[in-house]
Design a protein around this ligand. Structure first.
Ligand SMILES: [Ca+2]
Ligand SMILES: [Ca+2]
Ligand SMILES: [Ca+2]
Length: 176
């Protein structure tokens, strides 16, 4: 029986499929499309059963369905930014703090850890380091503006559990 809200099956998220089995008939509850924990965490369905006899009888039951979160959301950085450091600042000076948000509903699917991308194309990788928990970025060298005026630094955010997305091979989700 479709209810009046998405949680009560207004949009036919669930359907019943009858399955005869010797003396009785079962009704399997099936889904019409994949469910998303971040949109709706629980449903309650009213199931109604009726007979076909001369005297019509019916009864209803409520089935509660609770979803379990899977790691399907990717941590995403909230902004791209440009920061300046004064030349001659001591090693270990804080430059900025980056922030990524993972919309998964539960820990550790939404736990974010930060990394400096270890690629030769990452110009700034030898000049900055990042605090894995907080995303704060610090200098690793003392800069000399006359040598080079600007550095691009690529950082990555990873979440805390194997990904539930296709083709992830058990790796966490990551975003840059
Ligand atoms: Ca999701
Ligand atoms: Ca996630
Ligand atoms: Ca999720």
């Amino acid at each position: 029986m479709p209810g009046s809200t998405a949680q009560t099956n207004k949009f036919h998220t669930f359907y019943l499929q009858q399955r005869p089995d010797q003396s009785s008939t079962w009704a399997d509850i099936k889904v019409n499309h994949p469910l998303d924990y971040e949109s709706i965490k629980e449903y309650n369905l009213t199931i109604r059963v009726e007979n076909n006899g001369a005297q019509q009888l019916a009864s209803e039951a409520t089935v509660y369905i609770m979803l379990e979160d899977v790691n399907d959301e990717i941590p995403l950085f909230t902004e791209r930014e440009q920061e300046t450091v004064l030349e001659g600042e001591p090693v270990g000076s804080k430059v900025t703090q980056v922030n990524a948000i993972d919309k998964d509903g539960t820990f550790p699917n939404n736990q974010v850890t930060y990394y400096v991308v270890e690629s030769d194309r990452n110009e700034g990788k030898d000049y900055f380091e990042i605090n894995r928990e907080t995303g704060e970025i610090f200098t690793k060298v003392m800069f000399d503006r006359e040598k080079q005026g600007a550095y691009a630094l690529e950082v990555e955010a990873r979440d805390g559990a194997p990904s539930a997305r296709p083709n992830s091979n058990g790796h966490p989700n990551s975003g840059r």
